[in-house]
Each structure stands twice: as structure tokens, then as C-alpha cells.
Ligand binder design. Structure first.
Ligand SMILES: [Zn+2]
Ligand SMILES: [Zn+2]
Length: 170
């Protein structure tokens, strides 16, 4: 028993004195086992579904700062995505519909057709086969169009926006 405790104590001190070594070997292991790391992260997210959300709340602005500091990574990822999808017929259909709608409908001085509370910043295509049939909407309403579950969360924000910005109908 005594021996066991001694060993635990010893390991504790060793870990404290060799922190760099431990971190280094951990990073090394992560690099060698990307599949396992991915599975571990997935498991963690399942047990703690709000962890990322909470972390972002505690570190506001981190994401945009990261994007600013890693522009090369961002553009690389964008190009990779573009290369991968450039021959995808759905992608081609969407791009062409967006191009036609952008050309035909300006967003200048337009208000959101759904809430009529905020400036229109987006063009939503209910059906990409009708490229000129679009809904001009704000970001929040656009998010609700794609994910109706967000409606409650966004309702309050639009009201607040209206009060703060005193939006006038044009
Ligand atoms: Zn709206
Ligand atoms: Zn849309």
C-alpha cells in the first residue's frame, strides 16, 4: 500500500517536471493517429453537445480573428471545395441561378420580404430551376427559411434590431 502511494506521488512529480515532454509526445501521437483523434472528438461532442457553443460564447471574436490570421488556410480550403464541386451538376445549377438573380435584382434600398423589419441582404432561391424566382430577405430570415427550428431564437433579435435602428419602410 505504502509502495503504491509512493509510486503515485512519484508519477505526479515526474509529470509536473516533464510537462513539455508530455505535451510533445501527445502532439506527436495526435499527428500519428488522426483517425483516432477524430473519433475521440466526435465522442466528446456527443457527450458535450454545447461545448463548442459555450467556448465560443466565452471567447467572442476568436473565430473572426482566426480567419484573419489564417487567410491562406481559408483560401486553400475554399479552392479545395471549389475543385471538388466544380463539375457537380447541382453546384453548376446553383451558381448559374445565383448569377442570374444577382444580375437582375439589386439589394440596394430593399427590405426583407419576410419580416419587413431589416434590410434585405440575401437572395433566397426556393427552387434553383427558376433562377429569377427569389425571395429578398435578411440573414436571420434566410436562416429560418433553411432551418425553421431557429424561428423562436431569431424573433426577439429582429424586434431588438427594429428598435435600435428605427428602420423605415421604403
Ligand atoms: Zn427578415
Ligand atoms: Zn436560401
Amino acid at each position: 500500500m505504502q509502495k503504491k502511494r509512493n509510486r503515485t506521488e512519484y508519477m505526479k512529480i515526474w509529470r509536473k517536471n516533464n510537462r513539455d515532454k508530455i505535451i510533445k509526445s501527445r502532439i506527436e501521437w495526435d499527428r500519428k493517429n488522426p483517425e483516432k483523434v477524430r473519433a475521440m472528438k466526435k465522442r466528446y461532442r456527443k457527450v458535450h453537445p454545447n461545448s463548442l457553443k459555450d467556448w465560443r460564447k466565452k471567447n467572442p471574436g476568436y473565430d473572426s480573428m482566426w480567419r484573419d490570421n489564417n487567410r491562406d488556410k481559408m483560401s486553400k480550403a475554399y479552392h479545395k471545395h471549389w475543385e471538388k464541386t466544380k463539375n457537380n451538376p447541382i453546384r453548376i445549377l446553383k451558381d448559374s441561378a445565383r448569377g442570374k438573380a444577382n444580375h437582375k435584382y439589386s439589394l440596394k434600398n430593399k427590405i426583407c420580404e419576410i419580416c419587413r423589419n431589416a434590410p434585405a441582404k440575401h437572395r433566397h432561391h426556393p427552387n434553383y430551376n427558376n433562377p429569377l424566382q427569389i425571395i429578398l430577405c435578411c440573414l436571420d430570415c434566410h436562416r429560418v427559411l433553411h432551418n425553421p427550428a431557429l424561428a423562436e431564437q431569431i424573433k426577439g433579435r429582429q424586434q431588438k434590431w427594429k428598435v435600435e435602428n428605427k428602420w423605415q419602410l421604403i
